[in-house]
Structures are given as C-alpha cells and as structure tokens.
Design a protein around this ligand. Sequence first.
Ligand code: FAD
Length: 369
Amino acid sequence: MVRSTDVFVIGGGPAGLAIAIAARQRGLRVAVADGMQPPIDKACGEALMPEGLAALERLGLQLPLEQAYRFRGIRFLSRRLAADALFPFGGNGLAARRTVLHRVMVERAEQVGADLFWRQTVSGITPDGVRVGKDFFRARWIVGADGANSRVRRWARLQASSQPRLRYAFRRHYRIAPWTGHMEVHWGERCQGYATPIGTEHVCVVMASNDPKLRMDDGLRDLPWLSDRLRNAESVTAERGAVTGNLRLKRVWRGNVALIGDAAGTVDAITGEGLRLAFSQAVALAECIEADDLAGYQKVHDRLTLRPRLMARLLLALDGRPRLQHRTLRVFQQHPEVFRRLLALHTGALPPQQLVRDGLTLGWGLITA
Ligand SMILES: Cc1cc2nc3c(=O)[nH]c(=O)nc-3n(C[C@H](O)[C@H](O)[C@H](O)COP(=O)(O)OP(=O)(O)OC[C@H]3O[C@@H](n4cnc5c(N)ncnc54)[C@H](O)[C@@H]3O)c2cc1C
C-alpha cells in the first residue's frame, strides 16, 4: 500500500514526537513510526533543567505535577565535600519517569493530529519516502529521530567521521522519599552517580563510568553518601543500561532528510541536556521545513549544541580525578558564586562572554592551577 504525507518521522521517542507536534503546529501533515509500543522507557536521568521545561511548554506540553518532582538546583558531592547552587532567578527543573513523559507526548501528538504508527520498524528510505514493512509512505520530508544508533544517519550518509569516547550508564529507580530538593551528582573515583527525585516516593539513580563492567552496586560502593541514602530503599525497577558520550556530526541534513535528537549527535548524560536539545531542535526544524531551508536548521542546530558540548567537556575534566574533584568542590564551597555562575551558564542564563568578565574564569583557574 502507498500512502503520502508531508513529513515522515522515523522514531517516536521524545525527539520524534516533539518534531511531530511542532510540524503539526505549522499545519504540516505528519506520520511517525516507531518499532516499539508506548509508553517507551529508556535509561535516563529523567531530569529537565529549567530551559528544557520551557522548551517543553513551547510545544504545548506540561508534565502532570502529581507524577513529577520539582528540583531547585544542583548539588555536587564527593567523598568528603558537598556544594550546591540554585537555578538562577528562582527557577526550577522538573523530573518524571520517562514513561510519564512519553505518555504525555503521545497524547499531545494525537491531539494535534499526527498519525502515529507503533510497532512499525522503518526498513529503508528513498528520496521519495519511507519503507515500513510492506508499505511505502511518500514523504516530502524525512526526519530521522531514531536515537543514538540511528540507521537514518547511515542511510543518509551523515555519520560522524570519528567515534566519541563512550561511557556506560545504568539506571534504577528506588522507592524512597526524596532527601533533597536538588539533583545530585556524586563524584567517585571510578564513576558518577546522578540522583534525581522523580516523585514524592521515588528517586531515579544513574551510574555513569568509563568501565563497561561497572554496574549500579559496584558504583555505589564508590559513593558512600549515595549508598548510605539508598541502604534501606527498595529498588523498584530493573537495572537498564545505555551508552553515552559527546557525538558531533558535521552535517545533520542532506537533501530532504534531517536528523533530530540523539540521531543528530549526542551530549554526555552528565549535562542532563539531551531532552532540552531535542525539544528546541524540533521547534527550529519545523520552522525550517516550512521555509524549505534545512541549511538554516544546520545553523540553529550547531548553535544549540555548542554550550552543552562545552559543558560536558568542562565537567568531564573531573571524571576519574579525585584530587581535582576535591579541589573543585572546595572552591565551590568557599566561593559559592563560582558554582552559581557555572550553573547559570549551564542553564543559558549567562552568556558565555560574561564568563570571562565576571571572574568565573578566575574560579576555574583556582581549581585547575
Ligand atoms: C544514562 C543517560 C542519562 C540521561 N539523562 C538525561 C537527563 O537527565 N535529562 C535529559 O534531558 N537527557 C538525558 N539523557 C539524554 C536523553 O535520554 C536523550 O537525549 C533522549 O532520549 C533522546 O531522545 P530521542 O527521541 O532522540 O532518542 P530515543 O529516546 O532513543 O528514541 C528513539 C526512538 O526511535 C525508535 N527507532 C529506532 N530505530 C527505528 C526504526 N528503524 N524504525 C522505527 N523506529 C525506530 C526507537 O524505538 C526509539 O523509540 C540521558 C541519556 C543517558 C544515556
């Protein structure tokens, strides 16, 4: 059977649903196919920073507050030290299970009139459209939103020339009342543990490291504060793994094919920025599709990903370096404004140029000297 649409989106994760919603908001006909059945789960820190929340709202989406948790800032902890900073302007982040986010996005995509095809794996593309099982969809535009191992990226010859440094991550949920109003990053010698409160009774924990063999319980042995917190907490989900890292593509479009979300390149999980990027890219891509200007999308994409990529590199300078972690946390404790400004920069409230002027550079110099 042959059908036709304006935009065919391959992958119905957060990025695919976001572009489907944004394109429908501009009146384009949209079809989305995903090989899985909703609500789709995935190993994720499940945190949306304030900018991510704003980007979600631009798509007309809100997470149900009774199934989510507001957090007000970021706390770093190492073996002996802890330091925290609040988001600028009294802002907050929001965290929720991936399945909750996915359900809300599916409902919104249906509501705005996108055609959603679940358990339908796309097996190939041509300049005219997309093959889904025995069917062929004619499409003016094809969007690859098929995640970090994107096949669309390969089909459109948009692969990166070099492989990123991969890190390995595992996620588990624990039944425990949140002990903090912050998202916590626990720094260990071999790994980091990210703890995000996702409801009044649950905390999501991600363990990330360079060691493919390191699992959640190995990591917890390296993170005494976090393991103390979780000692009597029941784990309510199985450990789910993923790889992470900074992957940058030279190009995110060719002809009538554009990539979005993790398919278009990834930023390391430590930034907590993947979802925000996908939502912001979706708004930009829909605008560029309508204007028949995918070159314009490339420019916006490059600008959007620059800051998270730099932040990931900056933060990962601490990875596996306990003395540097200790020095950093000491500086953050003694000069809380340095941490506050770093967080303001991370969340887009501070332009990078101001970093030089206002002395954060000096703070970072203190750390790395
Ligand atoms: C450990 C970890 C922690 C993270 N923590 C955070 C965080 O706290 N906050 C944050 O903002 N980001 C975080 N991220 C990043 C975030 O999870 C990703 O950026 C986000 O999932 C990207 O969404 P996506 O839709 O591009 O890809 P995915 O969520 O991977 O979705 C891709 C979809 O494509 C489908 N698909 C693939 N191939 C095909 C095909 N051929 N046909 C049909 N369907 C197909 C898949 O079934 C899947 O549903 C984290 C990532 C990791 C690894």
